[in-house]
Design a protein around this ligand. Structure first.
Ligand SMILES: N[C@@H](CCC(=O)N[C@@H](CS)C(=O)NCC(=O)O)C(=O)O
Length: 216
């Protein structure tokens, strides 16, 4: 199977982490695609024009990051799943969407910021900014309980969203609200910061996926 995505070794990519957790990383081939490039290849794979997209061994495309993650998880050879069942499923999926939503809002703010300043919609960017802050604040409120549950997709997506914010910081870059020039997601979120710093030492999160980048 082939994962079509935009590799960046500095960002925790959820599909790679799930494949690592399931012991199936070596079954995945990689193809680099940058959806916002003018000549992007993404349209050949995903009618919605988004990465990641997974081409399964029978040639069918799967898209929607969480759908790809659940598919990869279903192939796990370790006997473990990062998608809890029963009551534990819902908080895990909610946290997954929280991390994903924060990632998406960070992306949307960046993409709007690519326009010339006079053409940007400040109200839209402020709304996306608000989602990022709200998501971080909800994570901070819940961080003390994160370690109570076995490692799951919610942890992966939240760590992924935070790592993206560490890589790209549109809140600081666009400096739209007083204090944003020095915005640091860790400030005032000691619980979340402590959880994140520990979480990223887990082998699947700490693993350097350079081979995925170089093969693509
Ligand atoms: N949370 C989504 C994110 C997908 C997504 O929005 N990816 C961006 C990464 S830059 C993208 O491909 N955007 C292209 C577009 O929105 O047209 C997922 O995992 O499927």
């Amino acid at each position: 199977m082939k994962l079509v995505f935009t590799p960046n070794p500095k960002y925790i990519h959820k599909a790679l982490v799930v494949a690592h957790e399931g012991g199936i990383l070596d079954r995945v081939e990689f193809e680099r695609s940058v959806p916002f490039d003018e000549d992007t290849s993404i349209w050949r794979f995903n009618p919605l024009g988004k990465v990641p997209c997974l081409i399964t061994d029978d040639g069918a495309p799967l898209f929607g990051g969480l759908v790809i993650c659940e598919y990869l998880d279903s192939l796990s050879t370790t006997g473990k799943s990062v998608f809890p069942t029963g009551h534990a499923r819902w908080p895990a999926l909610r946290q997954a969407m929280l991390g994903e939503g924060m990632f998406d809002a960070t992306t949307n703010m960046r993409v709007e910021g690519w326009r010339p300043e006079s053409e940007r919609h400040a109200d839209y960017m402020l709304r996306e900014r608000r989602k990022v802050i709200n998501a971080l604040d909800m994570m901070e409120r819940e961080a003390a309980q994160f370690a109570d549950a076995p490692f799951h997709i919610g942890h992966i997506c939240m760590a992924g969203g935070i790592s993206y914010l560490e890589l790209r910081n549109p809140i600081q870059e666009h400096d739209m609200v007083s204090g944003d020039a020095t915005f640091d997601w860790r400030a005032g979120r000691a619980g979340l910061a402590a959880w994140y710093d520990k979480a990223v030492s887990r082998p699947s999160l700490a693993y350097r996926y350079e081979h995925a980048v170089s093969k693509s």
